[in-house]
Design a protein around this ligand. Structure first.
Ligand code: SAH
Length: 254
């Protein structure tokens, strides 16, 4: 059965919206939303990032695909150039897709690109996606929240724009993006922030892809993950949500 048959009511784009920011999900193409896939199928131009699956191009063979990927802090395409290209594309085409890895609202420079479009008077919509933290939790079968012990989750970038490390203790479960290259330093900062060295922590790289890799650690031994995950996009999950689920489950209601 095809999608139109089982799901006829994919919401139309808001009137006048020329750009759709779409979350591609964390990796494998089938983790995009149905709405995202539908927008791609109608796109004339797609500006895409490095961490999106090339297989997604099959959803929009009619579109021009422009690679505007940035890699870490070595910018292949600078943010200002991306903003300008996006505005230009929207002025020339009615259906432009800005495809971002994971969810566009999470460490995706969405604010800058939205502001550029607003300034140029271009209307847009945002279609959510599965962020890496959620794909890591799903793939490792470790719920991010736990009854009682895990009531809050935070998403933190390990790096600030000044290049300094940021570690916090603001939630029962903390997920760190962009930490891959300095796990030893992150461990030290986490302990300074009050996490005991024995706190469970795990690292997942390429979450959502067939070759996803998970390694288990404690906060104190996080640096051991550096080599196995080298040069792969990775998230670090620390705290209550990092514990493997122990079975057999005892069900308590409510
Ligand atoms: N908007 C994206 C995040 C972009 S920032 C999202 O919502 O997921 C880029 C960082 O995201 C990477 O440095 C890495 O920390 C994380 N990341 C992206 N894709 C990932 C994946 N498949 N597995 C693990 N981490 C990933």
């Amino acid at each position: 059965m095809t999608w139109p048959a089982v799901l006829p009511d994919v919401a139309a784009a808001p009137p006048g919206a020329r750009v759709a920011f779409i979350g591609a999900g964390p990796g494998a193409a089938d983790l995009i939303t149905v709405r995202g896939a539908q927008r791609l199928a109608q796109a004339e131009v797609v500006l895409f990032d490095a961490l999106t699956d090339p297989a997604l191009q099959r959803l929009a063979p009619q579109a021009r695909w422009l690679d505007v990927g940035k890699r870490g802090f070595g910018h292949a395409t600078g943010q200002a150039a991306i903003n300008a290209l996006l505005v230009q594309a929207a002025q020339a085409h009615a259906r432009v897709v800005r495809l971002k890895g994971g969810d566009p609202s999470v460490f995706g420079r969405l604010e800058e690109e939205m502001a550029a479009l607003q300034q140029a008077g271009v209307a847009f919509e945002v279609v959510p996606g599965v962020s890496a933290a959620l794909a890591a939790a799903a793939g490792t079968q470790r719920p991010l929240t736990r009854r009682g012990a895990g009531r809050s989750v935070s998403l933190t970038t390990a790096m600030t724009h000044l290049g300094t490390l940021q570690a916090t203790r603001t939630a029962d479960t903390e997920v760190f993006y962009m930490a891959g290259r300095q796990l030893g330093a992150l461990a030290a900062h986490l302990m300074e922030a009050g996490w005991p060295g024995t706190t469970p922590a795990y690292v997942v790289s390429r979450a959502g892809w067939p070759d996803a890799l998970t390694t288990d650690h404690t906060v104190a031994t996080l640096a051991d993950a550096t080599a196995p995950h080298a040069d792969r996009p990775a998230v670090v999950t620390v705290g209550a949500g990092a514990r493997p689920v122990a079975g057999p489950a005892t069900v308590q209601d409510p």
